[in-house]
Ligand binder design. Structure first.
Ligand code: AMP
Length: 448
């Protein structure tokens, strides 16, 4: 496939020539027609695959010259560094096109940005927080936005931007194309797609299901979190072999819990990265691990994505990823540059379904290892693992048999729902506002 096959225009061809790009990357080929068609799209692509041009090529090809001042394209990215990078990429590609591009992000003077916006623009690249502030200030008019691109949506959700994004969806014109890029597929991304996107087309470069031959894979059946900790402590005793160990775990809360436990057994040997840690903390952790000051790094999938560290002796999948692609990305961190690498997978019974998905993607069974006899099985359960507490002696629930779906309410539940008025009744009774700022109450009382 060549750029000629994409039917671009002369200004774009000239820019690509200047850049020295010979042919489109796979994600650029895959995304081109979908973005051009105006359909919602979800692209799964990592940084470095050419994903910025994957959406910018079709967008720029179809963007007509206009003198109107309000933006027509909005690109949201999680960090200010990415704003700068994306703006610079767009400027390179739009070298011979008359298009106005502006990047805005937080932590800098908003008034200068307001002045820049007032000058008129076509493409706005922004971090969500600053974009929302500018939109609320009404300097930024949104009525002409036709296309919304959200880049690195996994990182954005991991950083806690979910509500900010939902607020932004609310103020954008309803008739618009949504284009979303994510490097990893996570549960949060999945939820966002199904809640806010109109049957989006999924575009991804197939993750190779063929693991590198020099990665030795092993699997352990382990009943629960704390037994996994015991098993981990057991294997990590072997400091000689386990000299650079990257441990993956899906959730940041569990990453912290695991880190605390490991740090007790192996003080000054562990570090952790996830999105609730500051950038400085993360960089320090990665550096300590890279240089070998710490031999153990605990990381979440999203944060470990950009890691480029050589000589990792072992990847340990402390949990089994739900999306098999994530497993491929995880184990690909070891066994690089022809060296032997080992990957261990810990899975509970609940995770066996995910194991099957991984095995069917790889078309191979991960060898199951016997559970070491010396490792203690823990009875301790995490909050998530504890069974739901059943109500004892509840006369409504006779034994364990299920009744009809609808039944008479019990007396306690038959009470009228007094809704808001209940608040006023209480307020009346106690003769003072429930909160100092209860202006409605004060207003009502004044009238009386
Ligand atoms: P991205 O994945 O968007 O961060 O892009 C990664 C790098 O690949 C950037 O430096 C781009 O300039 C470059 N790039 C994008 N498209 C191509 C292409 N078709 N051929 C070669 N390099 C490219």
């Amino acid at each position: 496939m060549t750029f000629q096959d994409l039917n671009l225009n002369t200004p774009l061809y000239n820019a690509l020539d200047d850049l020295g790009f010979a042919s489109p990357t796979p994600i650029q080929v895959e995304a081109f027609n979908v973005v051009s068609s105006g359909k919602d799209m979800v692209g799964i692509a990592q940084t470095g695959t050419g994903k910025t041009f994957a959406y910018m090529l079709p967008i720029l090809k179809n963007l007509k010259f206009s003198e109107q001042e309000t933006p027509r394209i909005l690109v949201l990215v999680p960090t200010r560094e990415l704003v700068v990078q994306v703006v610079s990429e767009i400027e390179k590609l739009a070298k011979y096109i008359n298009v106005r591009v502006l990047g805005v992000y937080g932590g800098t003077n908003i008034n200068t940005q307001k002045q820049d916006i007032a000058k008129g623009l076509d493409i706005l690249v922004a971090t969500p927080g600053r974009f929302y502030d500018l939109a609320l200030s009404r300097v930024l008019q949104l009525k002409n936005i036709q296309r919304l691109v959200i880049d690195e949506v996994d990182v954005m959700l991991d950083l806690g931007f979910r509500h900010q994004l939902i607020n932004i969806f609310d103020i954008l014109p309803e008739r618009r194309q949504n284009i979303m890029f994510s490097a990893t597929m996570t549960h949060d991304v999945d939820v966002m797609i199904s809640e806010f996107f109109k049957s989006p087309e999924r575009v991804s470069i197939a993750v190779s299901g063929t693991p590198l031959e020099n990665i030795l894979q092993q699997r352990f059946n382990v009943p629960n979190f704390y037994t996994k900790v015991n098993l981990l402590n057991h294997v990590l005793q072997n400091t000689e072999e386990y000299n650079k160990v990257l441990i993956f775990i899906g959730y940041k809360k569990l990453a912290d819990l695991l880190f605390e436990n490991l740090d007790e057994t192996f003080p000054n040997q562990c570090c952790v990265i996830h999105s609730n840690k500051t950038q400085n903390y993360r960089l320090r952790s990665i550096e300590q691990f890279r240089q070998g000051d710490n031999r153990i790094l605990v990381a979440t999938d999203v944060m470990a994505r950009g890691l480029d560290i050589d000589n990792i002796s072992h990847v340990i999948n402390f949990d089994t990823p739900d999306y098999p692609e994530n497993y491929m990305h995880r184990i690909g961190r070891t066994g690089r540059a022809e060296r032997e690498g080992i990957s261990l997978l810990f899975s509970t019974e609940k995770e066996l379904e995910s194991v099957e998905k991984i095995e069917s993607l790889m078309k191979m069974v991960i060898p199951l290892m016997p559970f070491p006899e010396t490792v203690a099985i823990s009875e301790q359960l995490t909050e998530e693992e504890r069974p739901q507490i059943k109500e004892l002696h509840n006369p409504i629930k006779k034994d364990e048999t299920f009744g009809p779906a609808f039944h008479e309410k019990i007396a306690k539940n038959k009470k009228e729902n007094l809704g808001g008025s209940y608040k006023f009744k209480i307020a009346e009774k106690y003769k003072k506002p429930k909160t100092r700022g209860d202006k409605n109450y004060n207003k009502r009382n004044k009238k009386k």
